[in-house]
Design a protein around this ligand. Structure first.
Ligand SMILES: *[C@@H]1O[C@H](CO)[C@@H](O)[C@H](O)[C@H]1NC(C)=O
Ligand SMILES: *[C@@H]1O[C@H](CO)[C@@H](O)[C@H](O)[C@H]1NC(C)=O
Ligand SMILES: *[C@@H]1O[C@H](CO)[C@@H](O)[C@H](O)[C@H]1NC(C)=O
Ligand SMILES: *[C@@H]1O[C@H](CO)[C@@H](O)[C@H](O)[C@H]1NC(C)=O
Ligand SMILES: *[C@@H]1O[C@H](CO)[C@@H](O)[C@H](O)[C@H]1NC(C)=O
Length: 369
């Protein structure tokens, strides 16, 4: 090998080594949960000793200048979030989540499509995270949905990591954590995520392994909303696809729903999984937080079932049928994450739905150990 080549190669491998080092001081486990103010549950009531990471949701993306902002009504609870949740657990880490299911994905696509706009996003997100004392940032773009958008997401993540490393060096502070909430599988309806950029640039991904069945989009039959195993869509199939795509298991965090969906049965006597149904039993989409489901069960003396093959709970009373995750499903999923797949951890959407006695959060945390 000529000396002309050797020096650049040494420099290059040094740079790669440094780039990897810049966030390899990472997490050993993520026991996470999202919190959002509209849950009506104050952040001060979160039992933060049950978590290692809490996600504060959501900051917004301005569609005119592509800066990350926090609405005026959220600025007080968001700016004090870290201090608030650290009262019960000084070691808990906080991340500011950007976007979410109600944000317009077109704004994210437009932002990621141009370098100057990505820079605006990146700069404002870092500035905001530091001024509000978050330990990290979490991108919830639901969802990049073309190959171009996936490529642009890759550019965004690569530049975001470089800027975070830069800022850390300049400020002398620990680098911000970078995470992203992603679709249940490594492709969004056949469009692949940018695996290499995700692997190189993010500390981990939050895999949204839920909403597989719901009365809003599968009205004619009940179904396990977040089955771990199922011949159709399942959490295991999704996690396996991410690992097969080349992402290290230690960069994958499994999503747990602290909510379920309520269908209206066509026949009260036919109440199994996939029983005939006619849409939602409660509200437009039928979504119900875990607390609401426990109340429904106790008020109606509902029958409860755990199916360990699929890994789902469900309950029924009259013609109301609710599929959800109770302690058995949560425990089975957490041991799947830890033992079966060797993942980095789990996260829940959302902590405010488990606020009566912390049954699910407690089960998840103690199952992991
Ligand atoms: C919070 O969780 C800890 C750890 O499991 C537990 O010891 C404590 O009792 C919980 N606090 C409340 C108020 O539920
Ligand atoms: C953001 O941009 C401003 C103005 O150019 C600059 O002073 C600041 O250092 C940048 N912050 C980050 C985190 O890049
Ligand atoms: C990192 O900092 C250097 C020097 O301050 C600057 O030239 C470069 O543009 C920065 N890179 C990023 C990605 O922020
Ligand atoms: C389903 O519910 C709608 C009203 O929401 C009703 O009009 C329709 O008859 C129901 N279908 C069946 C098969 O019961
Ligand atoms: C669990 O659900 C599967 C799929 O519907 C079914 O084949 C199986 O019999 C169920 N197991 C139990 C114990 O009900």
């Amino acid at each position: 090998m000529s000396s002309k080549l050797t020096l650049p190669l040494i420099l290059l491998s040094g740079l790669i080594f440094l780039a990897q080092l810049s966030f390899s001081t990472g997490q050993t486990v993520v026991k996470g949960a999202y919190w959002f103010p509209d849950s009506g549950f104050p952040a001060s009531s979160i039992n933060s000793s049950l978590f290692t990471h809490l996600f504060c949701a959501f900051a917004d993306l301005n569609s005119a200048n592509y800066q990350v902002t926090v609405s005026s009504s959220n600025s007080a609870p968001f700016s004090s979030f870290t201090q608030t949740v650290q009262k019960n657990n000084p070691a808990v880490k906080t991340l500011l989540s950007i976007g979410g299911g109600n944000a317009n994905p077109a704004t994210f696509a437009a932002m990621a499509s141009q370098a100057s706009r990505r820079k605006s996003f990146i700069n404002s997100s870092i500035t905001l995270a530091r001024s509000y004392n978050f330990h990290g940032l979490d991108l919830d773009w639901e969802y990049p949905s073309s190959t171009t958008e996936m490529t642009n997401l890759g550019s965004l993540l690569t530049e975001w990591r470089a800027a975070v490393a830069n800022e850390s060096k300049a400020s002398g502070k620990t680098a911000l954590l970078l995470a992203a909430a992603v679709f249940r599988s490594a492709d969004y309806y056949t469009i692949n995520y940018p695996f290499q950029a995700i692997s190189n640039s993010l500390d981990w991904i939050n895999v949204m392994a839920y909403d597989f069945y719901g009365p809003g989009w599968s009205p004619k039959n009940t179904g396990p909303p977040a089955a771990l195993y199922n011949s159709q869509v399942s959490g295991n199939a999704g996690i396996t696809s991410w690992i097969q795509a080349g992402l290290a298991a230690k960069k994958i965090v499994l999503g747990l729903p602290f909510y379920g969906y309520a269908w209206r049965l066509l026949n009260a006597n036919n109440h199994g999984l996939y029983a005939p149904a006619n849409g939602s039993a409660i509200g437009q989409y039928g979504d119900q937080g875990y607390n609401q489901i426990r109340n429904f069960i106790s008020q109606n003396g509902a029958q409860t079932v755990y199916n360990a093959t699929v890994v789902t709970n469900y309950c029924y009373s009259g013609t109301t049928w609710i599929g959800y995750d109770d302690t058995q499903s949560i425990s089975a999923k957490v041991s799947y994450a830890k033992v079966t797949k060797g993942l980095l951890g789990y996260f829940a959407w959302h902590v405010g739905a488990d606020n009566s006695n912390w049954a699910l959060s407690q089960t998840a945390s103690s199952t992991w150990g």
